[in-house]
Design a binder for this molecule. Structure first.
Ligand code: IMP
Ligand code: MG
Length: 186
């Protein structure tokens, strides 16, 4: 069933795209793959705030990597609510140095790729042993720069999605599923 909300003179419609069950199943698969790849390594799992919070919490519980530690960073890119300007800024930095450690960056969605390009370049200057990207969603149709994505949950079309951490103007992050967002005039 669609979720229909009136907000600031418009009707917002969220049409379910990926259910809780579909997300949970895919996360178990990703978790098994990542566990195999890192086995006994020292890995820093980095959550890119805020969009990756749900994915991060669920994915980490599917990993069996005893040497895993957690860290967080915040990024913001200027732009409208549904497009990226490409001007990215680090708003919250990691709390620990990552030199010599394997970095696993956990992101909600890669759209143009500009945010991940900025982040990879920023992380490389800190001399980690390696940097890998795990993104729940990938929208290849909108790609402007090619970034290596090591783990991808789902590839989706060029539509705006919300829920399970993803927002529209900071709302809808709390939905347990992912839905397609559309608008109608009142
Ligand atoms: P980029 O275009 O790859 O740089 O993506 C930048 C950021 O825009 C992502 O990390 C998300 O936070 C946000 N974003 C891109 N597409 C969507 C979407 O469909 N829904 C919600 N946020 C999105
Ligand atoms: Mg994001």
């Amino acid at each position: 069933m669609d979720l229909v909300t009136r907000h600031e003179g418009r009707v917002e419609r969220v049409k379910p795209l990926l259910s809780e069950e579909q997300i949970a199943t895919r996360i178990r698969e990703l978790g098994a793959e990542i566990t195999r790849d890192y086995k006994d390594e020292k890995v820093v799992a980095v959550a890119v705030l805020k969009g990756s919070i749900m994915f991060y919490a669920d994915l980490l519980r599917s990993l069996e990597i005893p040497g895993l530690t957690c860290d967080f960073l915040g990024l913001s890119s200027y732009g409208s609510r549904t497009t990226t300007s490409g001007v990215v800024r680090l708003t919250t930095d990691l709390s620990n140095a990552v030199e010599g450690r394997h970095l696993l960056i956990i992101e909600d969605i890669v759209d143009t790729g500009l945010t991940m390009q900025y982040l990879i370049e920023n992380m490389e200057t800190r001399k980690p042993a390696s940097v890998r990207i795990c993104t729940l969603l990938h929208k290849p149709a909108n790609e402007r720069v090619k970034v290596p994505l090591d783990y991808v949950g789902f590839t989706i079309g060029n539509e705006f999605v919300v829920g399970y951490g993803l927002d529209y103007g900071e709302r809808y992050r709390q939905l347990p599923y992912i839905g397609l967002m559309s608008f109608e005039d009142l």
